[in-house]
Design a protein around this ligand. Structure first.
Ligand SMILES: [Cu+2]
Length: 160
């Protein structure tokens, strides 16, 4: 199935260790372009022309010393959220609930380091200042997350 194919691609890219692999997370079924009016600062990037997938929404969340900005982002099913660490400390975005990270379907911190690491809503490692990490959301819902290194910093991704 095509969908499984890109999940595998995402996993392979994430396991490859690059933190700039945002293009690997685009959905196979290109969603229509959509402007989210509820988000304070939507950021949309276009996929490379050679992807042949049309346009995908990519939401960018900044990690600052105060927390996640914006604290809540909305995306479509199959949309990608990219966290950029603009703070001066390491960060580790991961699904609620700390410390097990099991709220997002299929996610668990116990899968970090395993074959499914790229498929879970968990960075599974420290994201250094200046680096980024992205995840593609296949599941509809409101998914709360936190910084595993500073669990009091929380945010949410709303997948419609
Ligand atoms: Cu945690």
């Amino acid at each position: 199935m095509v969908k499984r194919g890109w999940w595998i691609a995402v996993g392979a890219i994430l396991l490859g260790g690059t933190v700039f692999a945002v293009w690997g997370g685009k959905p196979a079924e290109a969603p229509g372009r959509r402007i989210d009016e509820s988000s304070a600062a939507p950021v949309e990037l276009q996929t490379p022309p050679d992807a042949g997938m049309g346009v995908a929404n990519i939401r960018v969340v900044k990690i600052t010393t105060e927390g996640f900005e914006p604290a809540s982002v909305t995306t479509k099913q199959g949309g990608t959220v990219m966290w950029i660490n603009e703070s001066d400390r390491n960060a580790w975005p991961a699904s609620a609930i700390h410390p097990v990270h099991t709220v997002y379907p299929g996610s668990s911190i116990q899968k970090c380091g395993g074959a499914d690491e790229g498929l879970i809503f968990d960075a599974c490692r420290s994201i250094a200042p200046g680096a980024s990490w992205s995840f593609t959301f296949g599941e509809i819902g409101t998914w709360r997350y936190h910084d595993h290194l500073r669990p009091s910093l929380i945010g949410a991704v709303v997948v419609e």
